[in-house]
Design a protein around this ligand. Sequence first.
Ligand code: FAD
Ligand code: PHB
Length: 389
Amino acid sequence: MKVQVAIIGAGPAGLLLGQLLHNAGIETIILEQRSQEYVLGRIRAGLLEQGTCELLRRAGVGARLDREGLVHDGVELSILGRRFRIDLKQLAGKHVVIYGQTEVTKDLMDARAKSGAKIVYEAEEVTPSGFDSASPKVSYRKDGKEHTVSCDFIAGCDGFHGISRQSVPDGAIRTYERLYHFGWLGILSDTPPVSEELIYVHHERGFALCTMRSRTRSRLYLQVPLSEDIADWSDAHFWDELKRRLDPQTAAQLVTGPSIEKSIAPLRSFVAEPMRFGRLFLAGDAAHIVPPTGAKGLNLAASDVHYLSEALISWYAEKSGQALDAYSARALARVWKAERFSWSMTKLLHQFPDEGAFGRKMQEAELEYLATSKAAQTALAENYVGLPY
Ligand code: FAD
Ligand code: PHB
């Protein structure tokens, strides 16, 4: 089989790239190792930047997002029992939208199915090769049969554990990484959100976050040590601990109920440079990971895909490789700023016992500054709503 662009991975990055390229008349195939149900069942991001929403609309998948997404003009911080609001709209001129990654994925999968463009789920042993030449290939196995796709370009959109980045020779890639000694224990529950907007909680018992998927579905997170066993966290234990980290008024308003999903996610900062190797391009989590405190992972996947789709479209339309040559540097410039923001939000809001008494004082001073300085709040708002593409 021959296509113009072979896309590895049907997460948000791969599906959105596929849609944008399809709309531009470029033939693609998407190869995904998991089943469609599995990909749709993964509970992950929930917060979209305004720029991500605009990109989804441009891709033709914005209708349900516009109907069902919850527009938030502000975000709340609860610092040692005191709640205050950062007015995103006023300080940064933009809003954010709550719309689950599951829903983004579903809209993109529906659009793909409608377009008739090729997508293969449960593709085994997907293997990119020859991307240092003008005729790359991707091989895979499906239902016991071997297949090979010849293409002009390969887009590695296969997440942090994917094969694309691993296929690059060690000497051609440089990685930067920071691991945190805690994770986020998250639950999903069909209970009304405790507040209209998100609440990021800094507390001496650890960070917490009250977010949502809809007006009737809450998503809640707690900072926990990485050694924690999820089996030790009954729903009652989770709600009790969350209440202890909230200010008394918010805790009193919290509606509890059974969890419908519960998981622990480790926190990591990671960047691979460059994001291009000959005719293989990385996008999204395949190239970088941020801790979720800044809500940037899915949004960065979207901005990468914006740059990459533009570059591929200009290659086919104008036979110009200029934008492809610029892709890695262009994407990384935005990635590093989001890495910095996600790292700084993580440092600001979590407990870091290893930093000692001085570290704690620095954190308190920074939180106090944020609570009282318009300049500090503006900087947070500008990054939180998303830097321009
Ligand atoms: P993925 O979603 O990981 O998709 C990659 C796809 O490739 C997967 O479907 C995978 O099965 C497939 N694949 C992997 N290996 C292979 C292979 N060898 N062959 C074929 N296919 C393969 N981000 C935000 O912006 N806002 C948030 O609020 C937010 N909250 C988060 C909360 C949590 C708890 C977590 C874990 C993440 C959160 N994120 C958030 C991050 C966000 O979910 C990711 O950044 C996003 O999923 C990245 O999309 P992607 O398409 O690059 O990668
Ligand atoms: C979420 O809704 O899951 C979410 C929102 C904001 C974050 C992280 C996760 O910073």
